[in-house]
Design a protein around this ligand. Sequence first.
Ligand code: PHE
Length: 389
Amino acid sequence: MSKKWLTLVALALVVTMVAVLAGCGGGSAPAKPATIKIGANFEMTGGQATFGQSSVNAVKLLFKQINAAGGINGKQLELVVADNKSEPAEAANAMTKLLTQDKVVAVVGPVTSSDVLAASPIAMDKKVAVVSNSATNPKVTVENGKVKEFVFRACFLDPFQGTVAANFATKSLKAKTAAVYVDMSSDYAKGLAQFFEEAFTKAGGKIVAKEAYQQKDTDFRAALTKIKAANPDVIFNPGYYQEVGMFVKQARELGITVPLLGGDGWDSPKVVEIAGAQALENTFFVNHYAADSKDPDTIKFVETYKKEYGQTPDALAALAWDAALMVVEAIKKAGPDDPVKIKDAIAQTKNLKGVTGVITLNANHDPVKSAVIIAMKNGKMVFQETVNP
Ligand code: PHE
């Protein structure tokens, strides 16, 4: 090869290398987007699946909006969903996976108190914040007088919820006696039953029967027959929709016509599917928000959620939006890299306007919020009243 050719080849090589270098590390080419990974530990399948699914729907919607508006300081949010199958042991597994494999900087979820209680020791150990949208048992954030440093929630607590239910029973339903029917496999149901009993008794009422069941039970007739014999003015069942749906259906089949009352665990379209609209007449439950609220933020949320998913958001969706918002606001303040700083910023949550109310966390990592009473009418959830703390 001639000298001239060699020079040309060398020149061509240099030009190519410069071009390649400029393409990779150079300032002008767009860098691969770095994302902020946030975990979702939710009941996507199993006995509380509608809870987890609508929670994830809402968080996805929030992240979609934030990402479309440029993310947080130019970084896109990435949601990593882990299914806890509505089982406490699986909730712990899901948490381990999110924190060790996916290395998320914060976690939203789970829904139920038992699942959060099982999963949070792992978050404590790995020093990553977990914000439950909806777990209402007091032990979720404080146990043996000790606040759990990395555990937070976006909802009210069961001592309040139990009091709201008891006052509604005595004042609005004029009940003097009550029966309590409790899912003993749920920390939530056990706690809420106890708080209801205390408040109902304090208001002058009398508990005339108490029966127990377990999750996945399908036949409630024997207990209902005993409850019927005690002739209560109201039956309180603080369970989840799957068993509650069958309980309502079988109660009506046995000729029990008194009001049936429950807690937030009733909030699922499945209750209507399982029990039927007719059986659900004269039933009521306490909840976190009403989709027909007049609040402008709530109206906007309900509209966008409906447009995206073709259904009305339940309380889980609304609360998950707010829980994710707590994480987002914390990351805006603390930056996306240090989970401990993010935890500190979550603990400082103050006057955060969400779709379920204004959230200010107290020293126990709990917000103080209003509750609503929902009545079932023609298979639809109808807002009855708001109860302030
Ligand atoms: N409060 C329930 C629990 O702690 C979970 C839940 C909240 C379910 C809201 C439905 C609606 O287990």
